[in-house]
Design a protein around this ligand. Structure first.
Ligand SMILES: *[C@@H]1O[C@H](CO)[C@@H](O)[C@H](O)[C@H]1NC(C)=O
Ligand SMILES: *[C@@H]1O[C@H](CO)[C@@H](O)[C@H](O)[C@H]1NC(C)=O
Ligand SMILES: *[C@@H]1O[C@H](CO)[C@@H](O)[C@H](O)[C@H]1NC(C)=O
Ligand SMILES: *[C@@H]1O[C@H](CO)[C@@H](O)[C@H](O)[C@H]1NC(C)=O
Length: 333
């Protein structure tokens, strides 16, 4: 009896720990005790663009950085210019890539989502890469608060893209939005606003907490672009488990990534960011990521899919392919 009780208690303790951790990660219980609190309470009933709420004025807190081959340090787009690109090295003949980070993400770091991809794109060609920096809304705030703002950020991005593309008349055929984690849902919301205008959206390990059970309007959804490709690298913790794109890739099974160390078991953060390491790598090394159509990782490993359709994971995906694809993947750069 005593032993049973002990076992029981330890279990309860474990459950409490796990729950507390999840709450920390997912709920507003960590909500801020600074001035932002006030706005959080009002988040649903203020106009986000209301000048009186300077704190929530997207035009003052969401930044757009343009990178071109002539200007790899990036130029901050000027919202006072009608199309924002007049005084920049934007070149309308080249494809437009828009990159959006997730909760706690940053754009300018050398080791970040933006720079990884910027460096890869300019290894292979000429592009207009626009990195959206919404970190003033995404850092020092709880996950839930950031999530509550995701649609407002998306609304701002949609407005800016409309201006850059002259009301969706110039450069739209090359428009490709790429989002990591919560950023994957944000680019989905942009796609919903610019109905049927976006050729491609890529979701890199789309955030799971508070999104996985949501309907089409409240997460990245297959109809948000003509083609939606999704990469799953940490479905064990931070990333979506179910397939949500035209095509879904599950490198190394999709739950966790190799070489991520012990702490990744609890945080998942290493596996979660691997999605954009793979993506950046795929831009210049497409042959490294040959994926096979398969219904599970077990079947893939058992060679049951060796004769199935194949495609490249990442930038060079074949948009004729659909459903789930598996592969072994690593990055060594
Ligand atoms: C932004 O553009 C406006 C209007 O052209 C101009 O007056 C202003 O100086 C520009 N700001 C920067 C930082 O270049
Ligand atoms: C724009 O990019 C194309 C290559 O895609 C290049 O041929 C052209 O010279 C560029 N235009 C300018 C103004 O730099
Ligand atoms: C884009 O649409 C807005 C609002 O409908 C209009 O004021 C603006 O002149 C248009 N711009 C272009 C370049 O067509
Ligand atoms: C294999 O790919 C071709 C297009 O290349 C497609 O028509 C076909 O339906 C695919 N087969 C399966 C089983 O997905």
């Amino acid at each position: 009896m005593f032993n049973f009780l002990k076992y029981f208690c330890i279990n309860i303790l474990l459950i409490v720990c796990v729950c507390a951790y999840d709450i920390l990660l997912q709920s507003d219980s960590v909500a801020v005790s600074n001035g932002l609190n006030d706005g959080y309470k009002n988040i649903n009933n203020i106009d986000f663009d209301d000048e009186n709420y300077g704190l929530y004025h997207t035009s003052k807190h969401v930044f757009y950085w343009l990178y071109t081959r002539d200007n790899t340090d990036g130029q901050l787009l000027n919202r006072s210019e009608p199309h924002l690109i007049e005084s920049t090295s934007f070149n309308a003949s080249n494809p437009i890539k828009v990159i959006v980070h997730g909760w706690l993400g940053t754009t300018q770091e050398k080791e970040g989502l933006c720079m990884y991809n910027v460096n890869s794109y300019f290894k292979v060609g000429e592009y207009n890469v626009i990195c959206v920096d919404w970190k003033q809304y995404s850092t020092d705030l709880s996950y839930s608060v950031a999530r509550a703002r995701a649609k407002h950020i998306a609304h701002d991005i949609a407005k800016i893209l409309t201006r850059i593309t002259y009301n969706m008349t110039k450069g739209v055929e090359t428009l490709h939005l790429i989002g990591h984690s919560m950023g994957a849902h944000i680019v989905g919301f942009v796609g919903k606003e610019l109905t049927d205008k976006i050729p491609r959206i890529t979701g890199l390990d789309p955030a799971k907490p508070q999104y996985e059970k949501k309907g089409p309007a409240d997460r990245l959804y297959i109809t948000d672009a003509h083609f939606v490709d999704v990469m799953h690298t940490n479905s064990a913790k931070n990333g979506f488990t179910k397939s949500i794109g035209h095509i879904d890739f599950f490198p190394n099974g999709g739950k966790r990534q190799p070489d991520c160390g012990f702490s990744d078991r609890t945080t998942g953060s290493c596996s979660h960011v691997k999605s954009y390491h793979y993506y950046a790598h795929s831009i210049w090394a497409k042959e490294d990521y040959v994926a096979l159509k398969c219904s599970s990782w077990d079947d893939y490993k058992a060679h049951k899919c060796d004769n199935a359709n194949s495609t490249f994971m990442g930038e060079h995906v074949d948009i004729e392919q659909t459903e789930d694809f598996y592969l072994e993947a690593c990055v060594d750069d």
